[in-house]
Each structure stands twice: as structure tokens, then as C-alpha cells.
Design a protein around this ligand. Sequence first.
Ligand SMILES: [Fe+2]
Ligand SMILES: [Fe+2]
Length: 355
Amino acid sequence: MRPWLVGWAAFPTAVGIIVATFAVAKVTDFWLLFVVGFPSALVVATFGAVRGIGGLMEARRLGLALGPLAWIATILATLCNSALLAFGFFVALMTTLGFGRGRQIRRAGRILLPPVKDGASWTSPALDPHVDEAVRADLAAQWRENGRTEHASVAAFARLTLDLMSLGAPPRLVAAAQRDALDEIRHAELCFALARALDGRAASPAPWDEVASARTLSRIRTLALARLAVESLVDGALHEGVSARIIAQLARRCEDEAIARMLREIAADEGRHSAHGFEVTAWCLAQGGAPVAQALRGALRAIPDVMHSSLPAASHDGAWERHGIPGRALESDEYAKARTHVVRRVEQLIAGVAA
Ligand SMILES: [Fe+2]
Ligand SMILES: [Fe+2]
């Protein structure tokens, strides 16, 4: 087959691999399939591009007509445009593989969480919840799990601070990221303290090697801005917003005043974190312009209609909501409201920016 024909055939093949991977992942709910599917598509596309360029060089060597340069420039611009759309779609997809109560540290989409060991360093203040003996052990396990995601959020905001500084963000955004990290330290302490109060075990986050090798942004400024914009949209504005809504509802349904007070405090903080996520997205858009808007358009297509959380089966019917753990119906209702709100705001944000 002629090299340029291979080049043209590779592009739809690569797109086909991504579409097929997405379809299989959606049916089987096995989203880590993208770790194989996306690189495979990239290899096919790269192979096609190399053969296509080879074809053009061969045509030039043989003195064949290449067509007007403007025509080629238009094709290149279209390809770049499509690539940014796909980039935003992919980053959003990887960011929605798991839901973890707000900003998280991820690797290939998988949320990284700290290990836990015996120790009382993260278990203050002392709490005294009034909870039935029969559910104390299971609730303690879930609150300890919540504590791990809150602890991971501290690292995620530290990462955000570095990202913002590397891109030259203004002090108000850097300060917000720093304040949000302090909030997450308090949330982690409250969660581990409540777990201890429920089952009597003093356990805290252990040394966490994995976090030191968490991802950094691309050195290409446009790609870095696009990635931070999409991550702040999904993990910041959306996931922090969903957390704020769910926890605010739980504070109303909770029977124990000590837990309800703690939930009100966390809900108010998560609401602010969501607003900060929007501010980071808006700043990245203002800095990056049309390419970032294009990545955000791709991201909007990847945000799932339903939320994938991993709560224990005993909580699914809402029986634990009086103890501060949501049921499935509350989660999906609040996710749908937050999703609608976030999508509308981002559409307004990018409406004035050319595709
Ligand atoms: Fe939090
Ligand atoms: Fe948060």
C-alpha cells in the first residue's frame, strides 16, 4: 500500500480503537482499559503520520503535484483542533474514572490513596457520637476511608499550588490553593477522629511513597493550561461541588449533633473549593484562549451522566445517612444537579471563545 494511503488509513483506525475501547469500557464498567486502548491508538496514529510524511517526501522526490500550501495548512489546523478536542476528552475521562470527595492525586486515572497505620497523630479532636453498637465497626471503616480521600486532597492541593506557580498564576489563586489544603488537613483529622470515636482504634495515614511521583504538567504551556483547566473543572468544580451538596444534605439528615456540626463545616469548605476550581479553569482559559476552550469542549463530552462511587453495600439504601454516609439515591440526585450547574457555567465561559 502507498505510504500516504497508510497515513490516511491509520487516522480512522486510531479513532476506531478509542471508540471501541470507550464502548467496551462503558459496557463492562472497566475504565482502566483506556490504559491499553489510548496508547495503542497513539501508536497507530504515529505510525500513520510517519508513513504519510514518507509519502509526501516520495511525491516531492518524484516531482508530483502536492496541491496548494493553503490546503495543507487547513488540514493541519483541523488535525490540531481535533487533537485538542481529544486531549480534553481524554483528560476528563481519566479524571472521572473514580469519585473521591473532591480533588485527588491520580495515576492513569486511578486515584492514589495513603496507607493507614496505627497511631494517633491524625485523630484529634476527641468526638463523642451517639451511634448504635451494631453499626459502629462498619461506619468506622467508612469514615477512615473518607479520611484517606481527605488526606489525599491535601496532596492534590499542594500539587495544584506547584502547577499554578509553574504557570505564573496570580497570588489569589495560589493563596486559595494553600488555604484549601489547610481545610483538607482539618477534614482528614475530623474523619480519622470520628473513626476512632466509633471503634476505639487510633489509626492515621502512614508514609506514602507513591505521592512523591505523582504527575507533573506538560512543559508545553498550552497543553499544561488545557490539562489544568480540565482537571480543575472535573476534580475541582464538579467533584468538590458534588461533595459540598451531598454533605450539606447529610448534615440535615444526620441524627447526631457532633457529626452534623462536622458535616456543616466540611460542606462549607467543599463549596468554596468548588468555586476555586471554577476560578482556576477560568484563569487557564483566559491565559490559553481557543485551544483551552477546545479542550474544555472535549471535556464536557466526557463527563459521565452518572457518578461512580465505591461505598459499601450496606449504605446504598440510605440507612447510613443518619450517620453521615450517603445512599445511592442522594448521591445520584446531587451529582445530576451539580453536573447540570457545572456544564451550564462552562458553556457560558467558553461561549465567547472561537473554536
Ligand atoms: Fe475535603
Ligand atoms: Fe475539598
